[in-house]
Design a protein around this ligand. Structure first.
Ligand SMILES: *Cc1c(COP(=O)(O)O)cnc(C)c1O
Length: 481
């Protein structure tokens, strides 16, 4: 952001907050406070980032007022010419940036993108052959009796995804999630000894289970995935490969993940969020190979509510940013910084799941400190370090308390943190964890939630963080009056 852009953005936000305050001052105040909080904390949540003022400003306009169900040039509402411009541009940027056949930029979030993907795969692979049997071309030609028969035809609705405790996402077939209800699900995990994906084990499971959909992708796996191998497995068992790159889309866009690690050439359908490492507005996208494009396009109104035109506009702006060399350098820094962070922990004796990282995230196993993830997360927050607790493979403390803490580098890398800063971050975190004791329950047994952080540690860590944060300001030059 240049000085003049920062000055203009300052004026814009000052004016916007004044307008908001004239109606509901408490919202203006909360918005102002959120900027202070974001500026003043060490944000290591792996799924978060800081979008540029250009992206943020794009969301605050009257594009929000327009209904535009349908697709470009084929809307259920009149007067969508400007939304058409916005949506086609966002899709064009996405196709070019990722080298995808087709891009659908309407999903409101990553989960919505996955629901669209599931819908499109079912429509493409199950419904069409069943329709042919009924002598119908599309679902509109079916009678009620046909529908009854069709439901009986939906034989293979099996989904194989990565288990939650190995790093997969809730929507990859986790039993309580809708994906675990609409599909017969099975999960693959990681090798118990190394914590790494074992492709032979995945293949064996796929051969036995014969899924319709194989999902690759993760939220908490600190390693790259070989998507060529995953596709080979999917092809062997006749499954559709769906890749959920919600977490690492920025590393794909920035060409850090290339060749077999680039999901686009291998995934039949690839879903993503736009607000994590990709650094755009909150939202989702589906990228698809040609065969699935028409079915993905029916996402709205089959699965989704009306598109958020203001957010699609912000996606176009963020994707334009992601096409620059500056973004490429950013993505490489995200990965390099994660390595520095991991090395910092390991050299200070902290155990990491898979003993390292080669993407944007690091997963600490805090059981080595005698703590649960919940205790570690809370103690770190007391010291101004924002992380989230996370399961580790075969977690003894379950999905609520957990034994892990997940850290990611995308947000602080946006602020300009580099090697020295991330090494210091690992030192500060180790300072907190090694000075935290688990508490006891009223009955005197070990508590999984309460803890005692030694006196003075929080202040010491906060002071050291403040130095790092002040030297690397968030939105430099942006000043509210
Ligand atoms: C974050 C995430 C999602 C969900 O994204 P939302 O925008 O919160 O709906 C889906 N899949 C994976 C792998 C994720 O990490």
């Amino acid at each position: 952001m240049t000085d003049s852009v920062a000055a203009t953005a300052s004026t814009a936000y000052d004016a916007a907050l004044k307008v908001i305050a004239s109606v509901e001052p408490r919202i203006a105040e909360a918005t102002r406070r959120e900027l202070e909080d974001q500026r003043g904390s060490l944000k290591l949540i792996a799924s978060e980032n800081y979008a540029s003022p250009a992206v943020l400003l794009t969301m605050g306009t009257w594009l929000s007022d327009k209904y535009a169900e349908g697709t470009v040039g084929h809307r259920f509402y009149a007067g969508c010419q400007n939304v058409d411009t916005v949506e086609s541009l966002a899709a064009e940027h996405a196709r070019e940036l990722f080298g995808a056949d087709y891009a659908y930029v309407q999903p409101h979030s990553g989960i919505d993108a996955n629901l669209v993907a599931f819908w499109s795969i079912l429509a493409n692979r199950v419904e069409t052959p069943a329709l042919a049997k009924l002598g119908a071309k599309n679902v509109n030609e079916l009678t009620e009796a046909d529908w009854e028969t069709l439901r009986g035809e939906l034989g293979n609705q099996r989904l194989l995804g990565m288990s939650l405790d190995a790093g997969g996402h809730l929507t990859h077939g986790f039993r309580p999630n809708i994906s675990g209800k609409m599909f017969h699900q099975q999960q693959y995990g990681t090798d118990p000894a190394t914590g790494l994906l074992d492709y032979d084990a995945v293949a064996a499971k796929a051969r036995e289970f014969k899924p319709l959909i194989m999902v690759a992708g993760y939220s908490a796996y600190p390693r790259r995935v070989n998507f060529a191998k995953m596709r080979e497995i999917a092809d062997e068992v006749g499954a559709v490969l769906m890749v959920d790159m919600a977490h690492f889309a920025g590393l794909v866009a920035g060409k850090v993940f290339t060749g077999d690690e680039d999901p686009i050439p291998f995934g039949h359908v690839v879903t993503t969020t736009t607000h994590k490492s990709l650094r755009g507005p909150r939202g989702g996208m589906v990228l698809a190979q040609k065969e699935f494009a028409a079915d993905v396009d029916r996402g709205c109104p089959m699965v989704l509510g009306g598109p958020l035109s203001h957010v699609m506009a912000a996606k176009a702006v963020a994707l334009a940013e992601a096409r620059t060399d500056e973004f490429k350098a950013y993505a490489q820094n995200v990965a390099d910084n994660a390595k520095t962070l991991a090395d910092g922990f390991m050299s200070r004796g902290t155990k990491l799941v898979t003993d390292g990282t080669d993407n944007h995230l690091v997963l600490l196993d805090v059981s080595s400190y005698g703590l649960t993830g919940r205790q570690a997360e809370s103690a770190l927050l007391d010291a101004g370090v924002v992380t989230n607790r996370n399961s580790v493979p075969n977690d003894a403390n379950g999905a609520w308390y957990t034994s892990g803490v997940r850290l990611g580098t995308p947000a602080l890398t946006t602020r300009g943190f580099g090697k020295d800063e991330f090494d210091k971050v690992s030192e500060l975190i180790v300072d907190v964890l090694s000075n935290t004791q688990p508490g006891v329950t009223k009955a005197g047994s070990p508590s999984k939630a309460s803890y005692k952080l030694a006196d003075g540690v929080a202040d010491r860590v906060r002071a050291a963080s403040a130095e790092l944060l002040d030297a690397n300001p968030l939105y430099p030059g942006l000043q509210l009056s």
